[in-house]
Design a protein around this ligand. Structure first.
Ligand code: WTA
Length: 651
C-alpha cells in the first residue's frame, strides 16, 4: 500500500489535511513560514535566490523607482544564466547521468526517449553554438514555434545559454499569429519543425511557419525534422536543426546576464484586441520558478514530474521547463493529445513512467470524468503523490473526482492560481501545510503579499478584486514589450501602488482565498487564455462581416466557449456556409483553440450611448440569466427583444 499523504477532517465535510507522513516528507510543514516570510519579504527572497548559481552576487536585493510602482527590480547587479542553473549545475554536481526528460511521442509505435542531464546539456550547447553562428547575440529575440518534442526545451535553454530572448508561439496557433508575434518582437530567427503528430495525423507546421515569417525581420528559420514529410524549403533562409548541430562543439560558455535582463517574452491575451508581449526577467523569474516547483509539488530527487501543459503557454514554460530543470528532477514531455489513441493514454503514461507529481487543468479533468472511471481504473496510479490543478477555477465535482479516482484518496490537490504575468504560482496550498478544500486555492506563497480591494481600491473583507502589494514577487512581469504605457494602463492604473490581477476572489474567515474568475474580457477556453476583443478583431476582418461581438458561455467540459454575434454587410449571406467560413477564418487568424461554439447573425448588438458594445447583456442572453440588468440606458434597447428570440432566451 502506498503512503497516504492526506487525511480527512472528520469534523468537516471535504476538508483534508496533510498526514503525518506528508508533513515529514514535505519541505515545509510549519505554517509560521507565512508570517515569517512577510516580516521581511526582501530578506526571504534574497535567501531563496541564494540557492541558485550566481556568477556574481547582486549588489542590491530590491529597487523601486519612487512614484512608479511598476518599475521594480530584484537582485540588481547580479550575474546569472538560466541554462547554467538548469543544466551545468547538475552535471557538475555529479547528476549528469540522471534522466532530465522522458519524451513520450504520440505515435505508439515510437518508443519513449530518455535524455540525461549531461546529454541535454551537450545538445543545448551544440544548438547554442549554431545559433551564434546564425548571428544571434545577447538580447536578440528568437521565435520558437514547436510541438512538444525535446527540441522545444533544447531551444529555450540554448537561447537562454547565449543570453538571447525566446518568444514561444503555441504550435496550434496559426501562421498569422506567428507573424504578428515575430513582427512585434522584431525576432531575428524562428525555430520550427517540419511537422508533428496530433491525434494520429501528421500536420505540416512548416507551412504555417512560412506564413509566420513572411515580411517579418526573421532572417533564418531552423527546422527540426520531426517526421518524414516533404516541406517547402527556402534555400539560404531555412536550415535543418540536425545538420546545424552536427558540426558544433558540445561546449558553449554561458553568457551571464544581469539579473533583470530579459529571459523571455510570451504573448498573451488581454482586454484589447492585440495580444501583449509579456516580458520576464531572468533571476527573479527563475527564483520563483525554482521554489514554487520545489515547495508546491514537494519536488524531491526521485520524483517523476509531469506538467501536461504545452510549452506554448506560461504553465509549460515554468513547470515544463525552468522549474523542473532548475530543480534537477526528471520530467515527462508528452507530444500528443490526452485522448489518442484512447482516453487512457495519460493514465498509461503515469503507470509506465511511475509519475509521482501530476499537474494538469480542470478542463482535462472534466473530460476524463465524462469518459468514465473505467479508463483510469485500468492502470496502476499508485506512484502518484501530489496532484496539481491550474488555469481556471476547479469545481467541487472535478476536485473530488480527481482526488478520489486519480489520487486514490492519498494525494493532496494543489490548486495553483497564477498568470502569464506572475510568471509562477502565486496562490496555492503547500502540501505539508494544508488544508486542501475543493474550490479553495489557499494562501499567497510565502513571501508574496496579496489582498482584496473594492472598486475604489479600499480594503475589502469578504470579496473583491485580487491585488498584489509591494514589494512585488520576483517572478512578476517587468513590462509589455515596447509598450510601457500599455503596461501601466493594464496593470497599474486602476489601483494605486497595487498590481491589478483582473481576477475576482473571496476571502474565507480562515484567510484562505477562493478565486472566482476574471473580471475583464478574458475567457478561459479549455484552459487557454483568449480575449473577446482579439476574436472580434479577427472576425471583423472577414470580408462579409461588418461588426461582431463575442462573449463567453459556460461549458461543461471546456469551462467557457466563445459565442459570436455577427452583423453582416449583406444580411442575405446569413447562411450555414458563411458560419463555416467564419470558423475557417478564425482558424487562419488565431487557430482552432479560438473556434466559436455558436455564431448568431443579428441586425444589431446592444450598445451604450457612446457606442460601446454591452457584452454584459449579451452574456446574460447566452447564459439565460433572468436578470439582464437595466437595458433602458442603451442606445438601442429595442434590439434586446430581437436577440432574445435569436438565442432562444428563456426557452
Ligand atoms: C485563471 C495560467 C482559478 C485566472 C497560469 C488567471 C485560475 C488566468 C487558476 C491566467 C486557478 C489560473 N484557479 N483561476 N488555480 N489558475 N487561473 O495567463 O483567471 O493563461 O487570471 O495563466 O487564469 O491565465 P494564464
Amino acid at each position: 500500500m502506498t503512503t497516504k499523504w492526506i487525511v480527512e477532517d472528520k469534523e468537516k465535510e471535504n476538508v483534508f489535511w496533510p498526514s503525518e507522513e506528508m508533513k515529514k516528507a514535505a519541505w515545509v510543514s510549519d505554517p509560521k513560514i507565512y508570517d515569517e516570510a512577510l516580516k521581511d519579504q526582501k530578506a526571504f527572497w534574497a535567501e531563496k535566490a541564494g540557492a541558485l548559481h550566481w556568477e556574481k552576487k547582486w549588489d542590491n536585493v530590491y529597487e523601486q523607482e519612487p512614484g512608479k510602482p511598476w518599475n521594480f527590480k530584484w537582485f540588481v547587479g547580479g550575474k546569472i544564466n538560466a541554462a547554467y542553473n538548469c543544466l551545468d549545475r547538475h552535471v557538475e554536481g555529479g547528476k549528469g547521468d540522471k534522466v532530465a526528460m522522458i519524451w513520450v511521442p504520440e505515435p505508439t509505435d515510437e518508443k519513449p526517449v530518455k535524455i540525461t542531464y549531461s546529454e541535454l546539456n551537450k545538445k543545448v550547447n551544440k544548438f547554442a553554438n549554431a545559433l551564434k553562428k546564425l548571428g544571434i547575440k545577447k538580447g536578440d529575440r528568437v521565435g520558437v514555434y514547436l510541438p512538444m518534442i525535446p527540441e522545444l526545451m533544447i531551444s529555450l535553454l540554448a537561447v537562454a545559454r547565449i543570453g538571447a530572448v525566446h518568444n514561444v508561439v503555441f504550435s496550434a496557433f496559426s501562421g498569422e499569429s506567428v507573424k504578428d508575434r515575430m513582427e512585434d518582437a522584431e525576432a531575428k530567427l524562428l525555430i520550427t519543425a517540419n511537422g508533428y503528430y496530433r491525434r494520429g495525423k501528421l500536420l505540416d507546421l512548416k507551412k504555417n511557419a512560412d506564413i509566420g515569417v513572411e515580411g517579418t525581420p526573421v532572417k533564418n528559420v531552423v527546422v527540426v525534422k520531426r517526421a518524414e514529410l516533404d516541406v517547402n524549403w527556402v534555400d539560404g533562409r531555412d536550415h535543418w536543426f540536425h545538420e546545424l548541430i552536427e558540426k558544433e562543439s558540445e561546449k558553449c560558455e554561458s553568457e551571464f546576464v544581469e539579473a533583470n535582463d530579459m529571459l523571455f517574452m510570451l504573448y498573451t491575451s488581454g482586454t484589447t484586441g492585440k495580444p501583449k508581449g509579456i516580458v520576464h526577467d531572468t533571476a527573479g523569474y527563475l527564483t520563483q520558478a525554482y521554489w514554487t516547483t520545489k515547495w508546491n509539488f514537494n519536488a524531491k530527487d526521485d520524483d517523476v514530474f509531469w506538467c501536461t501543459a504545452d510549452v506554448g503557454w506560461i504553465t509549460g514554460h515554468t513547470y515544463g521547463c525552468y522549474g523542473p530543470f532548475s530543480n534537477g528532477i526528471t520530467q515527462i514531455v508528452f507530444e500528443g493529445a490526452p485522448d489518442y489513441p484512447d482516453i487512457g493514454r495519460w493514465w498509461k503514461t503515469i503507470q509506465d513512467h511511475k509519475v509521482s507529481v501530476f499537474y494538469t487543468a480542470p478542463t482535462a479533468i472534466r473530460m476524463f470524468i465524462k469518459a468514465g472511471d473505467a479508463w483510469p481504473k485500468k492502470y496502476n496510479l499508485e506512484s502518484l503523490k501530489i496532484l496539481g490543478s491550474v488555469g481556471e477555477p476547479i469545481d467541487e465535482e472535478a476536485w473530488l473526482w480527481y482526488f478520489r479516482t486519480i489520487g486514490g484518496g492519498r494525494c493532496p490537490i494543489i490548486d495553483t492560481w497564477w498568470q502569464t504575468e506572475t510568471g509562477a504560482n502565486v496562490v496555492n496550498t503547500l502540501p505539508g501545510i494544508g488544508p486542501f478544500i475543493p474550490t479553495v486555492a489557499g494562501r499567497p506563497f510565502p513571501g508574496i503579499d496579496m489582498k482584496l480591494v473594492d472598486e475604489e481600491g479600499n480594503d475589502a473583507e469578504m470579496s473583491g478584486y485580487l491585488v498584489e502589494k509591494p514589494p512585488f514577487a520576483p517572478g512578476m512581469l517587468r513590462g509589455i514589450y515596447k509598450n510601457e504605457q500599455k503596461y501601466i494602463d493594464t496593470y497599474w492604473s486602476r489601483f494605486k501602488n497595487l498590481y491589478d490581477t483582473s481576477d475576482g476572489a473571496k476571502l474565507r474567515e480562515d484567510g484562505l482565498i477562493r478565486i472566482t474568475g476574471r473580471v475583464d474580457d478574458v475567457m478561459k477556453v479549455a484552459g487557454h487564455r483568449l480575449s473577446t476583443g482579439e476574436l472580434e478583431n479577427a472576425i471583423n476582418e472577414h470580408e462579409l462581416v461588418r461588426e461582431s461581438a463575442v462573449v463567453p458561455r459556460p461549458d461543461k467540459i471546456k469551462g467557457e466557449v466563445p459565442i459570436v454575434f455577427a452583423l453582416l454587410i449583406d444580411p442575405s449571406k446569413a447562411t450555414e456556409e458563411t458560419k463555416a467560413e467564419i470558423v475557417r477564418h478564425v482558424d487562419k487568424m488565431i487557430g482552432p483553440t479560438a473556434r466559436p461554439a455558436a455564431i448568431y447573425f443579428v441586425d444589431d448588438v446592444p450598445k451604450t450611448r457612446s457606442g460601446k458594445i454591452m457584452r454584459r447583456i449579451l452574456r446574460g442572453l447566452v447564459t439565460n440569466d433572468t436578470n439582464l440588468g437595466n437595458v433602458t440606458t442603451l442606445m438601442n434597447p429595442e434590439c434586446v427583444e430581437h436577440l432574445k428570440e435569436v438565442v432562444g432566451y428563456g426557452g
